[in-house]
Design a protein around this ligand. Structure first.
Ligand code: BGC
Length: 751
């Protein structure tokens, strides 16, 4: 009997040990096989795997049947095929992809379900193009309204960013493609991005900036991670012991590979000892110098084996795309185009509406004004550009929909603007309207033409905002003012015809102080992908109710936002940027010693994060600074009623139930948001923090019981005294609402 019991116990134990418990542990399933392969590899073959082979691949070992690893930008569509040695177009014909709405637009849906579908669309198209790894999602917190990549990132809030990062990751990886989640970590500015040292306290790092990565890695099993260009507390992210070895691998149990941002590797010893697997691009650090360091005894071959093992785990988990699948059909597929449309439809945010929208039956003539109505937004923004199979512009979407209703549409550019460019030769005949500088005042002739059209129309749709040359990787905006004389233009249009709605086409917030009083309705329309214009027309004409909610705060003015108010940005961020220098021909030719000397001679930019965890609405609420439009804000064409809130705590979670009713005459979605305010806490907290949310669809008149849950885990804080997560017991006030500044129901629980 005892023997049988022992046998069963041993079997159970063996089963428990052999069954991987987490998605990260699952990556180790082939370790024995991988080690046998490594044993057959020469040192040279192993080291070949630690750096780029081409601009978008790193090597396998053909002799042993190990395929190369093929990477693809970026977060919003599988990037056009580039030449092996750079980003210039390879001139392919089947590489047009679906252009998905950009990061802040996806985040404005507040939908885990859509983030998942988006991921599946990206994952499928990656495989059609023969790619193993998508260089995305890009999940850094939107710290600065001016940030060049604010539009690429998701939100200013860690809970929202983390949920979407997780579901995007799951979607991609369920299709057999790996994500390379980026940019790890605290890459919140483009100014001096290659050299800036971010000085940040541990609590802020953990609670705000690392959250999206943590969830995608632990719960989503993200297989690869891209260390960012910047330094964090003194060390480059690509050789940051604390970030890569202690937190990522140590605490979060990451088993996959890290791939430096392009040009973001800085030394052989630092990268080898502190957590980098693959240098992208180049081999000056993780090529021959690794072999030389092993020869001198500075590094061991065991360390190389470990790095190769981590790379091979990803290679074994991702089946190489068979030759008869890769690049055999057009990358963009109808299924993904439908997903892009659904995301766009649910991302559009109605910021203000004094009865102008949806477009009324009496409107027979619409004047569409503003070059952003016709500008394609797929390209530009460097790594985030897409060569889209097609892109429906706002004007096309509106014209098509208006034709169905017998409405006449006229168009005038109103202002000069400039589109983002692909990495290719400049177009043979540049558009004369592309020539404006950001600060250029309104052009009198264009303004007069626009005003004449406005006078003659029943409704003016003004398209303002920025473009992808203004909001772009590689630089931050100087300010958030509307460019190219748009303010004077909208004022003149409003004077000519007050039946006016503004649509903002941008990825980040803009300063609306002048525009707001001249716009009875305002819509945030984003850079909304392949079907952006179709989705926008559906919302404007009232075929669907708008349901997007802001994933970031629109400040009244830039100086109100935390990093500016604290004087932390731009700080001492001036001078030569290391990243830019590295691509200068004379620097490329330098010896490692000369390059090092140059680096040492550069100014040392620092970004202090003394605003701490008071990022976005956490700051505005706590300091009682009124924003132009608050985090989570977004109107509908219907009213929603919130009632019967009930809250309880137990089983390691807080549970809130309530009744939500669509009081309108059309189907509509509401994004319900649950914030937590701490009562009598001994710990410092922002005024309130988002802790749960849900998108709920309701038919006209329908009422639903909604349940939201907050795991206790999400209520913890990082205790800097003990250097660990802590749960503070006590009273919580639960604030349920339609936006951070529109709380409809309150309850209290004790945990
Ligand atoms: C960007 C990354 C991108 C990489 C490859 C870098 O400049 O920071 O986000 O994935 O280039 O294009």
């Amino acid at each position: 009997m005892k023997k049988i019991f022992f046998l069963i116990a041993t079997c159970l134990l063996a089963f428990a040990c052999s069954t991987p418990q987490t998605l990260q542990e699952k990556l180790t399933a082939h370790d024995a096989e991988i080690d046998a392969v490594i044993a057959q590899m020469t040192l040279e073959e192993k080291v070949e795997m630690l750096h780029s082979k081409t601009n978008m691949s790193s090597a396998g070992v053909e002799r042993l049947g190990i395929a190369d690893m093929n990477y693809a930008d970026g977060p919003f569509g599988i990037r056009e095929e580039g030449q092996p040695n750079g980003f210039m177009s390879a001139g392919w014909t089947l590489d047009s992809a679906t252009y998905f709405p950009t990061g802040s637009a996806l985040a404005a849906t507040w939908s885990e379900d859509l983030a998942y579908k988006y991921g599946t669309g990206m994952g499928k198209e990656a495989r059609l193009r023969g790619k193993d790894v998508i260089l995305g999602p890009a999940v850094n917190i939107q710290r600065l309204p001016v940030g060049g990549r604010t539009y690429e990132y998701l939100s200013e809030d860690p809970i929202l960013s983390a949920a979407l990062a997780l579901f995007y990751t799951k979607g991609v990886q369920d299709e057999g493609t790996a994500v390379c989640i980026k940019h790890f970590a605290v890459n919140n500015q483009e100014t001096n991005r290659g050299s800036v040292d971010v000085k940040i306290d541990e609590r802020t790092l953990r609670e705000i900036y690392l959250k999206p990565f943590e969830r995608a890695i632990i719960e989503g099993g993200a297989m690869s991670v891209m260390p960012a260009y910047n330094k964090v507390n003194g060390d480059y992210c690509s050789e940051n012991e604390h970030l890569l070895n202690e937190i990522l691998r140590g605490e979060w149990g990451f088993k996959g590979m890290t791939v430096s941002d392009w040009g973001g590797t800085h030394s052989t010893m630092g990268a080898m000892l502190h957590g980098l697997n693959v240098q992208m691009t180049g081999s000056n650090y993780l090529g021959q110098p690794v072999i030389d360091s092993i020869a001198t005894g500075a590094l061991t071959e065991d360390l190389v084996d470990e790095k190769v093992r981590q790379i091979l785990r990803v290679r074994y988990a991702i089946e190489p795309v068979p030759a008869d699948v890769a690049n055999k059909v057009m990358t963009s597929q109808p299924e993904s185009q439908r997903i892009a449309r659904e995301v766009a439809e649910k991302s559009i945010v109605l910021l203000k509406n004094e009865g102008v929208l949806p477009i009324k039956a009496e409107v027979k003539k619409i004047a569409v004004i503003g070059q952003n109505a016709v500008l394609k937004t797929q390209s530009g923004g460097m790594g985030a550009g897409v060569k889209a199979l097609y892109e429906v512009t706002p004007l096309e979407g509106i014209t098509r929909r208006a034709a169905e209703a017998g409405i006449e549409v006229s168009y005038a550019p109103g202002y000069k603007n400039f589109p983002g460019r692909r990495w290719g030769p400049a177009p043979a005949e540049p558009n004369p309207l592309e020539a404006a500088a950001i600060d250029e005042p309104a052009d009198p002739a264009l303004l007069a033409e626009a005003v004449a059209l406005a006078k003659d129309a029943d409704l003016v749709l003004f398209f303002g905002g920025t473009n992808k040359s203004i909001e772009t990787e590689g630089s931050d905006r100087k300010d958030i003012k509307l460019p190219c004389g748009q303010e004077a233009l909208v004022q003149a249009l409003y004077e000519a015809n007050p039946n006016l709605a503004t649509v903002l086409i941008s990825g980040g917030p803009t300063d609306l102080q002048v525009l707001e009083p001249a716009s009875p309705a305002i819509v945030q329309g984003w850079w909304n992908g392949t079907e952006g214009g179709t989705a926008l027309a559906e919302v404007l004409f009232g075929d669907i109710a708008p349901s997007g909610k802001l994933p970031f705060t629109f400040p009244v003015k830039l100086e109100d936002s935390p990093a500016y108010a604290m004087g932390n940005f731009p700080g001492n961020n001036t001078g030569a940027d290391l990243f830019t220098l590295m691509f200068r021909p004379d620097v490329i030719k330098m010896s490692p010693e000369e390059r090092q000397a140059l680096i040492e001679s550069l100014p040392k930019p620092v970004s202090e994060y003394t605003e701490r965890f008071y990022v976005g609405y956490r700051w505005f609420d706590t300091k009682a600074v009124k924003p132009m439009y608050a985090f989570g804000h977004g109107l509908s064409y219907v009213d929603f009623n919130y009632s019967d809130i009930k809250a309880s705590a137990g089983g390691n979670k807080v549970k809130v139930t309530f009744q939500l009713t669509n009081e309108g005459k059309m189907p509509a979605d509401e994004v319900v948001q649950l914030y937590v305010h701490r009562i009598d806490s001994s710990v410092e907290w922002p005024e309130k923090e988002l802790k749960a949310f849900q998108r709920v669809s309701l038919r006209p008149g329908e009422s639903k019981k909604v349940t939201l849950e907050i795991p206790f885990e999400d209520l913890r804080y990082w205790n800097e005294a003990t250097n660990a997560w802590d749960l503070e017991h006590g009273k919580l006030q639960l604030l349920l609402g339609a936006a951070s500044d529109d709380i409809r129901q309150k309850a209290e629980v004790t945990i």
